[in-house]
Design a protein around this ligand. Sequence first.
Ligand code: ADP
Ligand code: MG
Length: 405
Amino acid sequence: MRSVDDLEVLGRRVLLRSDLNVPLDLTGTGEITDDGRIRASLPVIGKLSDRGARVIVLAHLGRPKGASLSERAAGGPSLRPVAARLGELLGRPVAFATDVAGASAERTAFSLGDEDVAVLENVRFEPAETSKDDAERAAFAKRLARFGELYVDDAFGAVHRKHASVYDLPALLPHAAGDLVRDEVGVLRQLTTDPARPFVVVLGGKKPSDKLAVIGNLLGLADRILICGGMGYTFLAARGYEVGNSVLEADQIPAVKAVMEDAERRGVELVLPLDLVAATHFAPDAEHSVVPVTEFPADREGMDAGPRTRALFAEKLADAKTVFWNGPAGVFEFPAFSAGTRAVAEAISRVDGLTVVGGGDSAAAIRALGIDESAFGHISTGGGASLEYLEGKTLPGLTALEEDS
Ligand code: ADP
Ligand code: MG
């Protein structure tokens, strides 16, 4: 895999795929609640620009809905505020194209001078970006390719996607991996090749369906897996507990049961919550109380790990020599329900060994809760991508970078 430093970029238009997929305010104001991914993208953008490249940033934001470009553009989210923040952080003006591969993008790309930086509108406004149809994606990649002379992929968070801007585009231009992609892959390789033991995994977040595949593979790698967050309720339900109105993926219960049996067979310790913070409804100021998992009220919603769970998880992490954490232990965005996530983050920050945090929201939680980022070995910018790497899958974006062009 070629690196950015191997490219001759002076005076050349570089299509840079960055990961600017920042979390936006949950209540819909569109405000950027954590700009960690923008900050993480700065080094490569700055490096290319400093070397005289004409940098054209391609990125996605959220999951625009609609069948056509115009429907998606109308529904948003637009990358414009992200481009503005990028400009502030870079300390130089950043041009913005109001489309992805249309007239505005073309004008913007070809009017750049050396060292200039531009951002194209949300690449997912183009339905072809995520199309399952190879020809459709390839045709869109071709439209993008005419803007650039070189391609750099620094969007680790998207390398698991077989999308036009990460998979098809590098086949059309001389390409290299950005520093973020290079560093992330290095750390994940460390986790999967002979990790120091005990290797403890903490999995939380919203949905088990996102994470069951990785648990399957981690069963062959980890010594202990701690399950928390929204996905924990499907595990608790599979054990036969009441979970009230908590997030539950009932259709995943059989798969969860299979994972629990597999863990038992392999001698991997699967640790579930002992108690939960149950609220009347999903709101920052909802009335709430701590309940044991055996007595969850049918009319309440689980929002966070309870104090006994926090203590148990800290204990299960204390002797770890390798840790991988993905997914908050509760709805940390609401301060009243952030104690579980804080406890997990703090316990991991005390571990003497390699600690890796993978997951956009988990990384955002560390910053939102004001926990010292330097206490972690590595904070990944790509949740899904690191999970799929750990699942043992081939990541299309990495494969594309490995091939010559
Ligand atoms: P990551 O981005 O780190 O991979 P996920 O995207 O899987 O994490 O999940 C993060 C989201 O899960 C957060 O927005 C958090 O509010 C939510 N979450 C955690 N616990 C719960 C819960 N008990 N109920 C609802 N949502 C939850
Ligand atoms: Mg997430």
